[in-house]
Design a binder for this molecule. Sequence first.
Ligand code: C5P
Length: 395
Amino acid sequence: MEQCLLNKQIILGVTGGIAAYKSADLVRRLRDAGAVVRVVMTENAKQFITPLTMQAVSGNPVHDDLFDLQAEAAMGHIELGKWADVILIAPASADCMARLLRGEANDLLTTLCLVTSAPIALAPAMNQGMWKNTATQENAQALRAKGIHIFGPGEGSQACGDTGYGRMLEPVELVDAVAALFQTGSLSGKRVIITAGPTHEAIDPVRFITNASSGKMGYAIAEAAIAAGAHVTLISGPVSIATPSHVIKMAVTTAQDMFDAVMSRIAECDIFFSVAAVGDYRCRTVATQKIAKTAASVTLELERNPDIVAGVGALVKRPFIVGFAAETENVLVNARKKLMNKKLDMIVANEVAVGMGGDDNAVTVLWGEQQVEFAKMAKQKLARKLIELVGDAIA
Ligand code: C5P
């Protein structure tokens, strides 16, 4: 279950309550589960635990002021609210719950809760009498009705000496509860192969033919598949981006290398994402020495490379196959032809000018008689949506 948190971007809101001393451990455990955590503290929270502690355990600057010029310049509150995959407030005080319910925006944390479209979860922590109070109970009920998740509180002895409901859930329980929010559309246990990046086709020992693919889309899909519980093999051409954790990476150079790597693993594969921009042609002969610039012109004779995804499509025992089509014109018509000709189960089509090499992409996904459009968004976010779609399609 913890795998669900891999690379999830979590805002941990900390409000004023003695349970805030446990928030540092919570950050550590969220990070151990692979999440990226940014801490937002209210003024009262700082009475119980220092921003320095939270900064040290989260590895990110602590956000605490709506009107801090420097913080706004680095990551403004709107950007921060959009950055979050989930906002977890732990501990959540009775006051914080009341302010959230009223939609107040009088500090950074409540403002972020208004900005975000991500799920919000609260781990209430307060004296048992405060929790039992009808005002707090009614607030909790109304927050739930608005779709805000409320984790706990637990029962037991309290810092003030009372016993009853009001203890913040333990960090390990909260990690599980947050992970459960991301469990839908899971590829749990599925074996996924992804090709990504460009290929290099040698001309001579120092020159090669390649293309503008950055590998970002394929790597984002690898991350999203891991987070959805899949076992991922990433067969990648030469790129300059970091390999996501928990991925088995096979580095290849040419289209033929990539073809061989895919075919060596494809028997143990449930879902194949062909994201790589594979070179369609290679030099018929590769010069063994660097070609000198003596001639006025040079002619390179090119021959076809194998079509990897079509090769997978032709197999008798085949995985669910997702192809990609980066087109400069007639995007949907061309994509539909590729869906049929290469015997794909699904194709993700985009315009070259929108997606290739950049951080964002806008795509249309076609499968069977169905079609879904995703407006321009970060490749990481798009990857999660594609994984969700594939999860539904194979269910
Ligand atoms: O034909 P085109 O290159 O536009 O098709 C795109 C799809 O085919 C992508 O999924 C790409 O990864 C795959 N492809 C391949 N081997 C090739 C060429 C393309 O797997 N040689």
